[in-house]
Ligand binder design. Structure first.
Ligand code: G
Ligand code: G
Ligand code: MN
Ligand code: NA
Length: 250
């Protein structure tokens, strides 16, 4: 399988890189952190992670790719936080396959200590798909991540397998509301009602909320009105190279 072979050599040759999307405080409109998103070019063409991550998962190459992402993101965060009075947070996407790696905790702990980064600044993003595969085992793993001091985010909430039980049966800290729940010009009042109800519910559980896919000023105003704490989306910026993120935000 060609792309699998290419993935293997990309790991060897250090061909991946990370872009970072700013996460913005809804009230102050200042940056509070970033989400790391992997990028890969072959011969100048960008291959979307939506395309290669599933292949990397099937072949378990995602374990090594994931380690590279963790290491790189923590190193970058350490550099950015050197000169800051309020440290940035770093959200990192995790695949369910990575959770099966028994050395994951040790690896994260070693990276944090090597780069002198506080665990509470790291947000491990999991999707609900990851939670439903082996729930009992997954609760223990998430608890382990929590015990390291890292935060746990439930990503893409409101899509696919969304179940409200996930909000209380897993030790999570943050809910990221999927961009499909952000109203756009053509969406009905019902979408806003749904979002509003969802936000109330998540807040009643004392979980932090990040709204994804905020693309317009009206999305932003709605989020502020609903009391959503943090915003991510094209209204502020797409995922940026470290150079561009520094130039625009730091
Ligand atoms: O950045 P972009 O919209 O292209 O990301 C597409 C998808 O790929 C998103 O669902 C995102 O969560 C996933 N993704 C991006 N980077 C990583 C990564 O480092 N690890 C994993 N497991 N998924 C990632
Ligand atoms: O699944 P996950 O939330 O990890 O995916 C994040 C991806 O969503 C990023 O790769 C980014 O390209 C994409 N994204 C971020 N903000 C927006 C937005 O405002 N609109 C749209 N359509 N996509 C976004
Ligand atoms: Mn994510
Ligand atoms: Na998401």
């Amino acid at each position: 399988f060609k792309i699998e072979t290419q993935l293997r050599s990309a790991i060897m040759n250090d061909d991946f890189y990370l872009h970072y999307q700013p996460v913005i405080d809804a009230k102050s409109k200042t940056i509070t952190g970033v989400e790391a998103l992997i990028r890969w070019n072959i011969d100048g063409d960008m291959i979307s992670p939506d395309k290669f991550i599933p292949i990397a998962e099937k072949s378990r190459l995602i374990i090594d790719i994931g380690k590279w992402v963790i290491q790189q993101a923590i190193k970058q965060l350490s550099l950015w936080n050197k000169n800051r009075s309020s440290p940035l947070t770093m959200a990192i996407n995790f695949s369910s396959v990575q959770l099966a790696d028994e050395y994951l905790f040790d690896f994260i702990r070693d990276c944090l200590s090597q780069h002198n980064v506080a665990a509470h600044l790291i947000e491990v993003e999991l999707t609900e798909t990851a939670l439903i595969i082996e729930p009992e085992k997954t609760v223990k793993i998430i608890q382990g991540i929590s015990d390291l001091g890292c935060k746990v985010s439930l990503d893409d909430f409101g899509t696919g397998f969304s179940s409200l039980s996930h909000l209380h049966s897993f030790p999570i800290n943050i809910v990221k509301i999927d961009r499909t729940l952000m109203p756009n010009a053509s969406s009905s009042e019902k979408v806003k009602q749904l979002l509003s109800g969802l936000v109330l519910m998540i807040k009643s559980l004392d979980l932090q909320i990040v709204a994804e896919g905020v693309e317009t000023e009206s999305d932003l105003n709605l989020c502020v009105k609903l009391g959503i704490g943090k915003i991510q989306g094209f209204y502020f910026d797409k995922p940026l190279s470290p150079f561009d993120l520094e130039r625009k935000y730091l």
